[in-house]
Design a protein around this ligand. Structure first.
Ligand code: FE
Length: 349
């Protein structure tokens, strides 16, 4: 390589590196969301503000590991994760910087964001919600028999329950809030009861549980609402056939309500473009962005008073609002270690 070419390369390298530092027109986003519909949303932000987004995609665990490895030199300004317990983990591990934002505090309900610090600053905000629902085989089970999460442990369902790994964040979060609702002793008995009811060693994702219920390998299962909505809206006849065989219950309508998990965002601890990061989170909480952000993955907006027009979700809820739990979702993270120990004792993989 000629020396002038080498010089040119090193200039480019310096330019690329400096993009990781303060730049009024730049935002470095680490995202665990992988929905093509989000792309347009990001473009909308750039159009409205002139701020360009550099995006790094990974899953929740990958992003947390990367932030830890990068430490102070991390270029990340803003982070999007898809589980409450993981957001809580990021907070406890000091990966975020708490912020004050009137627009976010005004619209995102207190139970869907981090517990405020002594000075009122908040580590992370939920931006969309997903319900953890019970699915059942319509030919074999009546919805009233699975009206509650507690019923998943009913001995009459011995060998009939399909659910993904207990250690998956979606289950750890559900079980973590159950510890809050039931108390530790009853929650552990519930986990043991579910373990006895397993139709098979937990495997696959939520869609695989829905398919197991449809095929009759199990009669009841647990899934996030958007996976069922995805099957309902799919153009593939085989997906529609699966969706047609299963019914859905939003559990615990007569008690504390259905468990909601969140996808949410936070400003990175070492953000060089903090103002842009806050602007971005505020943009995502705006009504238009909320609708788009949630709808793209068949979720519900986290912000108050945002109307959503999604046919699959409407069908699923029969057009009516459902009751959801109101305890702070950070309980999901706080109870995670306890829940993992209960799962180990029960032999729930
Ligand atoms: Fe998911």
């Amino acid at each position: 390589m000629s020396s002038s070419l080498k010089a040119l390369f090193s200039v480019c390298a310096i330019a690329a590196a400096s993009a990781a530092y303060a730049d009024a027109q730049m935002l470095n986003l680490y995202s665990a969301r992988h929905y093509s519909t989000d792309e347009e949303l990001y473009n909308g932000f750039t159009k409205a503000t002139g701020i360009k987004i550099n995006r790094v995609d990974s899953d929740d665990a990958g992003i947390i590991a990367r932030l830890k490895a990068e430490g102070q030199s991390s270029p990340a300004d803003v982070i999007l994760l898809v589980d409450a317990a993981r957001l809580y983990r990021g907070e406890v591990d000091g990966l975020f910087q708490p912020i004050r934002s009137k627009p976010l505090e005004d619209v995102i309900p207190a139970n869907l964001r981090a517990h405020p610090a002594a000075d009122g600053s908040i580590s992370w905000f939920g931006l969309s919600t997903r319900a953890r629902v019970i699915v059942y085989n319509k030919a074999k089970v009546k919805p009233e028999d699975v009206a509650t999460y507690e019923s998943l442990a009913d001995p009459k369902f011995k060998g009939q329950l399909c659910i993904r790994s207990g250690s998956h964040p979606y289950n750890l979060s559900l079980f973590g809030t159950m510890v809050e609702h039931l108390g530790e002793q009853k929650a552990e008995a519930w986990i043991k009861g579910m373990t006895a009811n397993l139709a098979r060693t937990p495997k696959g994702g939520d869609i695989d549980q829905i398919k197991g219920v449809a095929s009759g390998e199990c009669t009841i299962g647990v899934s996030n609402s958007y996976y069922l909505a995805r099957l309902m809206r799919s153009a593939k006849p085989e997906d529609q056939a699966v969706a047609a065989k299963v019914g859905v219950v939003f559990p615990n309508q007569s008690s504390w309500g259905t468990h909601l998990n969140i996808a949410g965002g936070a400003v990175a601890r070492h953000a060089k473009n903090k103002d842009n990061a806050i602007k971005f989170l505020e943009y995502l909480a705006s009504p238009v962005a909320q609708n788009y952000f949630a709808n793209g993955n068949n979720e519900w907006p986290a912000a108050r008073n945002v109307e959503l027009d999604n046919p699959a979700l409407k069908t699923m809820t029969q057009g009516k609002p459902f009751k959801s739990e109101t305890i702070p979702i950070s309980a999901a993270g706080r109870n995670q270690v306890k829940v993992q120990q209960m799962l180990d004792r029960a032999g729930f993989q």
